[in-house]
Ligand binder design. Sequence first.
Ligand code: AMP
Ligand code: MG
Length: 484
Amino acid sequence: MSHFPFGFNFDNSYQKLPKNFYSIESVQNFKAPKNIIFNESLAKELHLNINGIKDIDCLFYDQKYLPQKFDFIAQAYAGHQFGHFTMLGDGRAVLFGEHLIHNERFDIHLKGYGLTEYGRRGDGKAALGPMLREYLISEAMFYLAIPTTRSLSVITTGDVVHREEIFPAAILTRVAKSHIRVGSFQFAAALNDINLLKQYTDYCINRHFPELNTTKNKYEAFLHAVIKRQALLIAQWMSVGFIHGVMNTDNMAISGETIDYGPCAFMNYYHPETVFSSIDQHGRYAYKNQPIIGEWNLTRFAESLIPLLHADIEQAKTIALEILESYAQEFQQNWGSLMLKKIGINSPSIHSKSLIDDLLALMQKHQADFTNTFYYLYETNHLKKELTADPSFKNWWDKLLVYLEKENKSIQEIMHETRKINPAVIARNHLVENALKTAVAGDLKPFTELLAALEDPFNPPKNQAFMSPPDFTFDQSYKTFCGT
Ligand code: AMP
Ligand code: MG
């Protein structure tokens, strides 16, 4: 264990894995590190001691704070990107260290730190706008109670990056349960050495699912456990209208946390085919496809584990397919219960799911705002007029009332309960863009105001405008980008 200032309690277990899985990267010197935003509440949760530290700007970026013998690493991984298999790895990020608090382990990861062994043709850098975007949206997800990596800080390095324009170069300090991805297993499997695959899998089980060590078929149980977490995570995304945007297998974490906020966005007007990513021309990662892509990615994960499931490959495949079948059921169950809770039904019956399908169809027909329709469901005067005027909506409402009778609660009580899970504030595209544009230009106020509202998403914000969707045409032309 290395001794660090600021309360970091590093125990770098990943470096004990065989060298195939990472590369050692050199420590960089930055021209003029400057703090842009620092997450004090997360720092407290991590038991970091930053009180009275003035040069927070260079907290993790000044060599004077590093012990003499200290290695950063970049992790190797592979991945299917838009369906095509590629060898990848952290191209512009390093693992600063694994911070241990009471046996809980957190990767402290620096994204935009510099070009690594796996960086290929990239420049190893990140621009300020996209790093602030990840900060904002990952924190928004956390406060929506959706598993996610978190953001501890964004700094600018004093350098610039060349994209379509020149931007300040930035580093995001990301905090995650780990950065082990489906793609990490694809990498491990591609090494074609069962001992390495086994060692890697055992490491991951010990780190994320230690309780499985005592089960009879621990690799089967591991596959099942990862499937279970993803089936829940993707259902949670769907329940708030979140579109990840680049669900490549290298962007799916084994821990079940949402990872890699590139072209992600929240949907305003409900349409299942919504897609914002500039490079996703065929809508592979559109809102409605996320559950299916989740299954596709987990199938790649299961393929990587085949050698560990059974010595006979055909039997191993049968086992994998059987376990994969649990995904659809798990997802449907999570999705159904989350969506029904959003409309006030806590005790679902077999038929109640049609209530959700019918409501979504009506929302699509009338271009209703996803977030506000659920938020205002019990204050119908705030709902979109075209929606409430539709006779089918009135029929739907009567049907809902029949189901609600089983809940045995007053409408007021039901509304109160739904408000605990239906956010008033989400990171709406137009607000995010405005906050980032002004932040990059030097004014952080709109960013911090929006962040404050996103940190308390279930209560109406001080600024009512945060609850309004943009003009319908905004989302139609809105594009998000990755790898920036
Ligand atoms: P992403 O689209 O952010 O998930 O990144 C896909 C892959 O490209 C990962 O291996 C990244 O490390 C790598 N990458 C993205 N941007 C850069 C960059 N500017 N320089 C080097 N590698 C990069
Ligand atoms: Mg990625």
